[in-house]
Design a protein around this ligand. Structure first.
Ligand SMILES: *[C@@H]1O[C@H](CO)[C@@H](O)[C@H](O)[C@H]1NC(C)=O
Ligand SMILES: *[C@@H]1O[C@H](CO)[C@@H](O)[C@H](O)[C@H]1NC(C)=O
Ligand SMILES: *[C@@H]1O[C@H](CO)[C@@H](O)[C@H](O)[C@H]1NC(C)=O
Ligand SMILES: *[C@@H]1O[C@H](CO)[C@@H](O)[C@H](O)[C@H]1NC(C)=O
Length: 285
């Protein structure tokens, strides 16, 4: 090889490398009472459509540990996600399932230097949860939803993940006073870091919201696309929510830039979102 050929070799090496390593790494954050095993099929879909993509499903706070307080989980997930981001020059894609969506929002809020390109919320209770579900019955077998605020809206209750996003539309005042997680994240209460969290949220390039009416767990299901009940339990869509109109955490700005994509799919139960090829092709791809 003559010296004159070195640049060509270099160009070829870069070309080959980028065609092999052309996809941004994907990080998956699991939901409540599950772990990485539930995401093997999704990882396979990604590998098939984008061969060679580095997919990491974080094995942290799995199964019953997923009931730990969300701010504590955020600390753990942030430290696991940080090195993956730092070695991904071109940014990463973040897929967050169910409760994991709320964890991802906490991570982004407290990681202002993040480089998340696409943030995908897969059936996540983004505006809160108010409904009986099989999960709720496992955790609070004796409680009905209308009474749960007695537990959730206390200092003790806020040490259980599910209470961190319990949003009882008949107990607004108590919710705003007690919620140390969802209310500040959604800008329903103003706090010292509101502006910093908003700036960090606005660093996302694309926000994908996936959900559907046959989910069976997220209640109301519209919470997965930022809708929620008013005090009459009538669902108010994202664009009419007070915190949206005030652009409290940047959602309105992102939406006005065309960066928010809603993907509503009927016929999918909560536990099937990450293994449904139709959903993958229509919403992720
Ligand atoms: C990705 O697919 C290739 C074959 O197309 C296979 O050899 C490899 O093991 C797969 N990787 C993962 C992590 O599934
Ligand atoms: C604001 O962020 C700083 C740094 O992350 C943190 O130490 C502090 O507790 C936060 N304050 C509030 C009110 O969340
Ligand atoms: C709830 O319903 C009542 C009776 O239909 C109505 O007067 C009231 O304005 C409604 N409240 C909200 C917040 O929509
Ligand atoms: C997959 O999603 C489609 C809708 O896109 C739905 O009709 C089908 O029943 C789903 N399959 C499973 C196994 O959930």
């Amino acid at each position: 090889m003559t010296d004159g050929c070195r640049p060509c070799v270099l160009i070829w090496a870069v070309f080959l490398l980028s065609s092999v390593m052309g996809y941004r790494p994907v990080i998956i954050v699991h939901g409540i009472l599950d772990g990485p095993r539930q995401f093997e099929i999704l990882a396979k879909f990604i590998n098939q459509s984008h061969p060679g993509t580095d997919v990491t499903t974080l094995a942290l706070y799995d199964y019953t540990a997923s009931l730990k307080p969300l701010w504590q989980q955020v600390d753990g997930f942030r430290e696991a996600i940080r090195p993956i981001m730092e070695s991904a020059e071109d940014g990463v894609h973040l897929i967050c399932f169910s409760q994991g969506g709320l964890i991802c929002r906490g991570v982004l809020a407290t990681l202002p230097t993040h480089n998340v390109h696409s943030l995908i919320f897969l059936s996540s209770p983004l505006a809160g949860q108010y409904g009986d579900s099989c999960y709720l019955k496992k955790i609070f077998p004796k409680f009905i939803k209308s009474r749960l605020y007695h537990i959730c809206y206390t200092t003790w209750g806020q040490r259980i993940s599910i209470c961190n996003y319990w949003n009882d539309p008949h107990q607004r005042e108590r919710y705003l006073k007690s919620s140390i997680y969802l209310a500040p994240l959604n800008g329903e209460i103003v706090h010292a870091n509101s502006t910093a969290w908003r700036d960090s949220f606005l660093h996302i390039q694309t926000l994908v919201l996936i959900g559907g009416q046959d989910d069976g767990v997220i209640t109301p299901w519209e919470s997965s696309i930022f809708g929620f009940y008013d005090s009459n339990e009538t669902v108010v869509e994202m664009e009419k929510q007070d915190w949206y109109l005030r652009d409290a955490f940047g959602l309105k700005t992102l939406n006005s830039e065309g960066a928010v994509v809603k993907c509503v799919v009927p016929g999918v139960h909560h536990t099937s979102w990450h293994s449904n090829l139709t959903v993958y092709k229509n919403c992720f791809y």
